[in-house]
Design a protein around this ligand. Structure first.
Ligand code: PLP
Length: 382
């Protein structure tokens, strides 16, 4: 039976002391994740290393990622970060001088620098300028031409929480035989990322945000056809077909995404990511998405109703929404708003001149209302 989303509060000690609404930044650690790390440490201290331990754990956790994104586990590699995952694609393609990539302004650097780094190979990065906070398919395809190899966007933009239309952009990319790479850092764990259904060729995320795992580990997914064409920039004992035949020195790359894992992944991080994913899967991905969207809508509408200026696009449709709500206080400074929130034990953060709140499924309606009360005491008092 699925776990009640609010039961998870009992597993997050920080939820008892803070109104934690910075899941787009770094999530609090659950007791499940902590226990998984302690278990690994306990085992490592008390017995010799069992052969294949880290490999078996990585296999298990790739399987959990596969459940998260509804894709085959052979197409999933464990990574250190989103940027690591995206770099595997950016570095691994057979670029030709004059190729280009279409991205957007406002993207997090993890989905910009790996593409900029291809400039030396004659690859140009073109960036859509969001309009009214939106990145629309027609703007993307206005920059696409015959030399476009990749469209690289975030599922959810980290600054304003706008959710791009993955289906429309991905379908058009498929029609034009352009790769669609998606940074799912601000969606995976909060909103459904379903590579079985969505036209995504490659996606990547780190664990420290909505997955509620530790920062320092992540995953990438690569559609099987593309996988075989990507040359890993880093290779080692685990990259090859015969990874247990050390003395053959046969650099035949694994046909699976294991070609991207040059050696063992930190077993502490792997176990922690596994525990984090198990918790999300126990609650249920659809239930999580429904709560994230309903809490962020309550927050955004509450802020708008109290005269705060929502960072565009606003108003926004449910399909454009996410767990992120960014806003400005008219005539006020973001730092001051953050200070008021922090004084009330609300965990938030600022970017540029706005404040960003990002509630997760285990936050409560009462916590949202409390945040609104802190932000507009005079309104709450009437
Ligand atoms: C959209 C997005 N992508 C990626 C990241 C993090 O990138 P990395 O995992 O490479 O540190 C963030 C962090 O804020 C983000 O918002």
């Amino acid at each position: 039976m699925a776990m009640d989303p609010l039961e998870v509060r009992n597993l997050i000690p920080l939820a008892g002391r803070y109104i934690h609404m910075n899941h787009a930044g770094v999530s609090p650690m659950s007791l499940r994740v902590a226990a998984s790390i302690e278990q690994v440490v306990g085992a490592a201290v008390n017995r010799p290393y069992p052969a294949g331990w880290a490999h078996d754990e990585a296999d298990r956790v790739r399987g959990l990622v596969a459940q998260l994104i509804n894709g085959p586990s052979d197409s999933i590699a464990l990574t250190r970060s989103t940027a690591h995952g995206i770099s595997l694609l950016a570095q691994g393609l057979d670029w030709k001088q004059g190729d280009n990539v279409v991205g957007a302004r406002g993207e997090y650097p993890a989905n910009v620098y790996p593409w900029m780094a291809q400039a030396a190979k004659g690859v140009e990065l073109r960036q859509v300028q969001p309009q009214g906070g939106r990145i629309l398919p027609e703007q993307v395809f206005a920059l696409v031409d015959a030399r476009t190899r990749v469209v690289a966007l975030s599922h959810v933009e980290f600054w304003n929480g706008f959710r791009v239309d993955i289906e429309a952009i991905g379908a058009e990319c498929r029609r034009r035989e352009i790769l669609f790479a998606v940074d799912v850092m601000q969606s995976a764990g909060a909103l459904r990322v379903d590579v079985g259904r969505m036209p995504i060729d490659f996606c990547a995320a780190g664990a420290g945000k909505w997955l509620m795992g530790p920062p320092g580990i992540g995953f990438c997914y690569c559609v099987p056809d593309l996988l075989k064409r990507l040359q890993p920039p880093i290779v080692g004992v685990c990259s090859v077909v015969g990874y247990d035949r050390y003395f053959e020195y046969d650099l035949t790359l694994a046909p699976t995404a294991r070609r991207f894992e040059e050696s063992v992944i930190s077993i502490l991080d792997t176990a922690a990511l596994g525990a984090a994913l198990e918790l999300l899967l126990e609650v249920g991905l659809d239930a999580i998405e429904a709560r994230v969207l309903s809490l962020s809508a309550r927050l955004a509408e509450g802020l708008a109703g109290r005269g705060y200026e929502l960072v565009e696009p606003w108003p926004r449709a449910r399909a454009e929404s996410s767990g992120i709500v960014s806003f400005r206080k008219p005539g006020g400074r973001a730092r001051e708003v953050l200070r008021d929130l922090e004084a009330a034990h609300v965990v938030a953060r600022t970017h540029q001149d706005f404040v960003r709140l990002s509630p997760n499924f285990y936050n409560t309606e009462e916590e949202i209302d409390r945040v609104l009360e802190v932000l507009a005491p005079e309104v709450a008092a009437t």
